[in-house]
Design a protein around this ligand. Structure first.
Ligand code: FE2
Length: 169
């Protein structure tokens, strides 16, 4: 029989690795964006939130008496690095970044919804509340990005058609 609490601990560790991946990804996006200042500034703000999400997960994992897994965290950072490198090589880096970020935020939202339900199922209401709070931050970022898509796309297209170097990032 698998212990439900152990499964929840594993999922919390997965979320921790996911946030490490997010930190890497957001950090590289924020530092590379030059000509899309509004996007860069919201990404920087979400990077701060993401640091705090990772810390909240660490305290939660510790409170539950589990340990975090560094192998998975390393794999997550590596995958963010490769992701970043592949967008850098494209001439529409800002658009590839937007695509990845929007998809990633939804992946995070789904993860925290699952975690909230799992924490409720084992009666850990403190963890459920934390996951719900983090989920709201991810939803806010996803909806902000959705709102930006039309304008960033138009700006990108008009810069690109005028052969402006500012189009890329
Ligand atoms: Fe996050």
């Amino acid at each position: 029989m698998t212990d439900m609490n152990e499964t929840l601990n594993q999922w919390l560790r997965d979320a921790h690795a996911m946030e490490e991946q997010a930190e890497q990804m957001l950090d590289s996006q924020a530092s590379r964006l030059e000509s899309y200042p509004e996007l860069a500034s919201r990404i920087r703000q979400h990077l701060e939130e993401t640091h705090s999400q990772r810390e909240r997960l660490e305290s939660c994992i510790e409170r539950r008496g589990a340990s975090s897994s560094s192998m998975k965290d390393m794999a997550a950072r590596l995958s963010a690095l490769m992701q970043g490198m592949s967008s850098m090589m494209s001439s529409d880096e800002v658009m590839k970044g937007l695509l990845t970020s929007y998809a990633f935020e939804h992946f995070e939202v789904a993860s925290y919804r699952i975690l909230t339900a799992a924490a409720e199922a084992v009666g850990d209401s403190e963890t459920a509340r934390m996951c719900e709070a983090i989920c709201k931050e991810e939803e806010a970022m996803a909806s902000w990005l959705a709102g930006q898509i039309p304008e960033v796309t138009r700006t990108y297209l008009s810069r690109e058609s005028a052969d402006m170097d500012e189009a890329k990032r």
